[in-house]
Design a protein around this ligand. Structure first.
Ligand SMILES: [Zn+2]
Length: 223
């Protein structure tokens, strides 16, 4: 929804208990958003947003500032660098053409869709290889967009989530994260027992974790 020149992403929540709506900045998708309960009329939403246009403007400024820090001219997939070519119009999944990635419409969204589809194809194999090494398999694993974590392991459900941003990293970094999460199936904390297992499963793991996964090098448009 466009409010006096500001694009506000309306996120309708199907939550009966939700009583009021919320506006905020989504730094991953670089959008100002409003989350609104599904029972609210859109006319009312628009009126309320117009009332808060000063706040929205501040938020848009913040997003514009953050956007300047993103490189929209190139991106990484599995550690390989590609040039970006942008096509205006409808947002759809990006395409790889030799050393170039073509992104359509909303660049971040287009890149995220491409990343997710490639990651979905490759992750089961990588998981398999790590399972062979660790001797433990999760009951379920999924690719998720997460704000702060590379991966999570729910030890009760034996469910592992891998952050979508990792699709930009070289395979050995992704596998380190997978191995880390699989190791939590043996040891829940990060104590000495955990470290000993990691030394066995993935020599040099601590260097990778200390380097913050080279996120600064590979992390970019997919976030
Ligand atoms: Zn951990």
């Amino acid at each position: 929804m466009n409010i006096e020149g500001i694009d506000v992403d309306i996120r309708v929540r199907n939550n009966k208990r939700m009583r009021r709506f919320q506006i905020g900045t989504d730094k991953r998708r670089m959008q100002v958003y409003a989350s609104v309960p599904s029972w609210v009329e859109m006319d009312y939403v628009e009126a309320l947003l117009k009332e808060n246009v000063d706040t929205l403007r501040e938020m848009q400024k913040e997003i514009d500032q953050s956007k300047k820090e993103i490189d929209f001219s190139s991106m990484y997939l599995f550690g390989k660098k590609y040039n970006i070519e942008h096509k205006d119009g409808k947002t759809k999944i990006g395409e790889i053409n030799n050393n170039t990635i073509i992104l359509y419409g909303d660049m971040m969204e287009s890149a995220a869709r491409l990343g997710r589809s490639l990651f979905k194809k490759e992750l089961p194999r990588m998981m398999d290889e790590c399972v062979q090494v660790t001797g433990r398999a999760p009951k379920e694993f999924r690719i998720k967009r997460m704000k702060t974590k590379w991966g999570t392991c729910n030890v009760v459900a034996e469910r592992i989530w891998i952050n979508l941003v990792l699709v930009q990293m070289p395979e050995e970094i992704i596998k380190e994260v997978i191995t880390h999460e699989l190791t939590h199936l043996y040891v829940h904390n990060h104590g000495s027992e955990f470290k000993k297992l990691m030394d066995d499963f993935y020599p040099g793991w601590d260097k990778i974790e200390k380097a913050n996964m080279e996120y600064n090098k590979y992390g970019g448009i997919i976030r």
